[in-house]
Design a protein around this ligand. Structure first.
Ligand code: MLT
Length: 398
């Protein structure tokens, strides 16, 4: 009989968004004619842009003839895409060597799989509230997890506590779920803490394209010293509507070298390269061609039109919350709006209430940790009309 990974017993029975989908399905089955509005999972509603579609068509046609057909590609991703990403970083104020960029199928996969590089007895520091993938994947490995409180008092931006010694630190900015965004000074404090403690920061920048304030950092590599302590994860899901198309990139600087217990120096870049080429056969060629179209100036301008559309939704949601005097974070520099549940309700209670009384789906804060118990998240990724209708229903509830 195989011995099982019993750490799975410590996980919640189902993944947050799977549990939401289950509850919505049950409600939908008993109310088949009603129009449920989904502002729960952060899934985009705008189709792929024209440049992306043109690149996809062209790449599909290339696959149809022997002269241009592509089979297995480089596991790290094609140079044309890694160079385009490096140029994109440069335009945004950070230098990233294309050789440190790894193309993948999603930031969820990479933030989860990166744990393969680290021993099980590392101490992991995560904010609470937190994107559940960081916690679940470390729990699967049985690592010790220390939480740092994100609360209204610290604007959901916890800062390091020198009395806590961590080896692996997860930060997400703009934050999922709270929408809060670290400024450069705050990120510098995190980088200094990591360097002092010989720790590694796992920086999730999946929402960087939503930063509208030019003073706020979009990459941790805008901070001095970050290349010596930080891995960055980025995704085209929210930037370019690739939630169904699947493409992401992870940056692992060559400066990230740590000493193994036998005294050998080990590079995280080389380890990830080894891991990636062993367990991953690369992102599809046609998807990488589509992704490269995103990083041209014209391609990005098209994506920004969609992002601006979502920003208007965020404003629609924020305006109703303001009108009702409900405190919230996010919505600016972020597609998520995070607010306190009305009338002292707990978040799953409010989830059920909103679903059954307004037929609107959101995400209960408790799914992101203890500090989310009385909070709720709405996404700005819906369509204008349905977002307006959802907020009209919300407005009529209290
Ligand atoms: C979310 O809603 O938090 C995200 O869409 C989930 C994800 O990116 O995996």
């Amino acid at each position: 009989m195989p011995k099982l990974n019993e750490n799975y017993q410590n996980l919640e029975e189902s993944y947050l968004f799977a549990e939401i989908a289950r509850r919505v399905k049950v409600y939908e089955e008993s109310h088949p004619d009603n129009k449920i509005i989904r502002l729960g999972i952060g899934d985009v509603t705008k189709p792929l842009t024209k440049k992306v579609i043109a690149a996809l068509h062209e790449a599909v046609d290339e696959q149809a003839v022997p002269e241009t057909f592509k089979g297995y590609g480089p596991e790290k991703g094609y140079d044309f895409l890694r160079n385009a990403i490096s140029d994109y970083y440069r335009r945004n104020g950070a230098e990233v060597d294309p050789d440190t960029v790894f193309i993948s199928d999603g930031a969820k996969s990479d933030t989860g799989n990166i744990t393969d590089l680290f021993a099980k007895d590392n101490v992991v520091l995560v904010p609470d509230p937190v994107y559940p993938v960081y916690v679940d994947t470390n729990m699967m490995d049985g690592r010790k997890i220390v939480y740092m409180n994100g609360t209204a008092e610290n604007n959901f931006l916890p800062m390091p506590d020198d009395s806590v010694k961590a080896d692996m630190i997860y930060l997400c900015s703009p934050n999922n779920p709270t929408g809060a965004c670290y400024n450069k000074e705050q990120l510098k404090v995190w980088v200094d803490y990591a360097l002092k403690n010989d720790a590694v920061i796992m920086f999730d920048a999946a929402y960087e394209a939503f930063v509208s304030d030019p003073g706020l950092p979009r990459s941790i590599y805008e901070i001095e010293g970050a290349k010596k302590c930080a891995i960055e994860f980025c995704s085209l899901s929210k930037t370019a509507g690739f939630t169904g198309t699947r493409c992401s990139y992870t940056v692992i600087p060559k400066e990230l070298v740590f000493t193994a217990s036998n005294g050998k120096e080990m590079s995280l870049n080389e380890m990830w390269n080894r891991r990636h080429s062993t367990k991953f056969n690369g992102t599809p060629y046609i998807v990488q061609r589509a992704a490269a179209a995103v990083f041209t100036e014209e391609g990005m301008a098209e994506c920004m039109e969609n992002i601006n559309y979502y920003r208007e939704n965020a404003k629609i949601i924020a305006d109703v919350l303001k009108k009702k005097d409900i405190p919230f974070t996010g919505g600016v520099n972020s597609p998520y709006i995070w607010f306190q549940c009305p009338n002292g309700m707990e978040s799953w209670e409010f989830f059920d209430y909103l679903l059954t009384h307004a037929e609107v789906v959101g995400t209960p804060g408790a799914g992101f940790g203890e500090n989310g118990k009385y909070f709720f998240r709405l996404t700005a990724f819906g369509q204008h009309e349905s977002t307006k209708e959802a907020m009209r229903r919300f407005d009529g509830l209290f």
